[in-house]
Design a protein around this ligand. Structure first.
Ligand code: KG4
Ligand code: ZN
Length: 373
């Protein structure tokens, strides 16, 4: 069964064809980073307009790469939410129209469930199986949330299985990716912040941290996260130390000239800035890994799944791998391409939904705050 997946919840227009929920036949992503970069974040109005321009060519390209015609598609899966309403509406309207015109089933997909399936897609490609029950950390620019994932029927763990989700923790303020983006912005390192901070931290070479960020203490649910205090701590540190101001201004000028690459920004960073970035990343990674592994141990799950844009982070991946070895709980990540928003994960999630009779009709509408559990 070949499902065409369509994703337009934020700033990526994506389409993909996935066979039987696990074989990626094609996956095309048109990123809008270039458009939003100069504003330092996603501008919803511009995102919707760009989705409108991209949706038709992106779907065509996904079909061409899969060697298929529209009529070969067995069903269409489309992101219903969560996300930006105007952005979602572009994919939903296009998906609905295709389904109507072709007389094919339309499957509504929760974007977060898509991120969970991104892990299964990658595991399948690597010839591994992520055994359930699992704890899943979804960590992106919009979300930082922990779920317990169990199969509705313990004997059914294939691509079509119905999965049950229980939310066991979430951020009380900023998402981890949002913290990366805000810290990069205040340091004059551009948008999005994650990839550049990841690379700068990797070359800090163990320089002593100019400030120490301790673990975030949470009252109530110990599996909840909070990143806004950390972001504010970086801000205060930078304000209290005027020596950062000149290099930040130099980098902001470089960004203005369009010099946003790692190689261009690295020479404009002092060792102290690199060490600050490393300390920020240590704090984020420690928090994400500690709470996720605590949940996995408390619930005695078989595996840990990590997905979403921040799952592309090298230090996060390395730290989870280490903890996996010491705890004996297997950890699974999507490839970097499947970590960030894509439509293969939407088509994969659509397969399981379709198998379980979850279908939509022409009344399908965008749900900007759709939850998974
Ligand atoms: O999943 P995604 O593409 O979109 C959302 O649904 O939000 O995630 C984008 C987020 C951004 O905040 C970006 O800074 C972050 O993921 N990100 C990273 C890395 N690559 C992307 N954060 C840390 N390290 C990375 N390597
Ligand atoms: Zn996402």
């Amino acid at each position: 069964m070949r499902i065409l997946g369509i994703e337009s919840s934020c700033d990526e227009t994506a389409a993909a064809v996935v066979a039987d929920g696990r074989e990626i036949l094609s996956s095309v992503v048109a990123s809008q980073i270039d458009i939003h970069q100069k504003y330092g974040g996603v501008v919803p109005e511009l995102a919707s307009r760009e989705h409108l321009r991209q949706i038709v060519p992106v779907v065509r390209e996904a079909l061409a790469q899969a060697g298929m015609k529209l009529t070969d598609v067995d069903a269409i899966g489309v992101t219903q939410g969560p996300g930006l309403v105007g952005a979602l509406l572009v994919g939903i309207t296009y998906g609905k129209t295709l389904a109507q015109a072709l007389g094919k089933p339309l499957v509504p997909v929760n974007h977060l469930e898509g991120h969970v399936h991104a892990v299964f897609l990658e595991a399948h490609r690597a010839g591994r199986t992520a055994k359930l029950p699992a704890v899943c950390l979804i960590v992106s620019g919009g979300h930082t949330v922990l779920y317990e994932v169990t199969p509705a029927d313990p004997n059914m763990q294939d691509a079509g299985a119905r999965l049950l989700y229980r939310k066991i923790g979430q951020t009380r303020d900023d998402a981890a990716g949002e913290a990366y983006d805000k810290v990069a912005k205040l340091l004059g390192l551009g948008y999005p912040g994650g990839p550049i901070l990841d690379r700068l931290a990797a070359v800090s070479n163990g320089a002593p941290a100019p400030v120490k960020f301790g673990p975030t203490k949470m009252k109530g649910n110990l599996l909840d996260f909070s990143f806004s205090g950390l972001k504010t701590a970086v801000l205060y540190h930078v304000r209290e130390h005027p020596e950062y101001a000149a290099e930040i201004a130099t980098r902001e000028a470089a960004l203005q000239r369009g010099e946003r690459k790692f190689e261009q920004l690295l020479p404009l960073c002092s060792p102290k800035t690199l060490a600050l970035v490393q300390e920020f990343q240590n704090a984020v990674v420690r928090d994400l890994v500690e709470r996720t592994m605590r949940a996995a141990e408390d619930l005695s799950v078989e595996s840990v799944l990590v997905s979403g844009g921040v799952a592309a982070n090298s230090q996060l991946r390395a730290t989870f791998e280490e903890r996996s070895k010491s705890s004996g709980i297997e950890v699974f990540f999507p490839s970097r391409a499947l970590s960030t928003d894509n439509a293969a994960m939407i088509a994969a999630a659509a397969y399981s939904r379709f198998r379980n009779g979850i279908l939509a009709d022409v009344t399908l509408n965008a749900d900007p705050s759709l939850t998974l559990a």
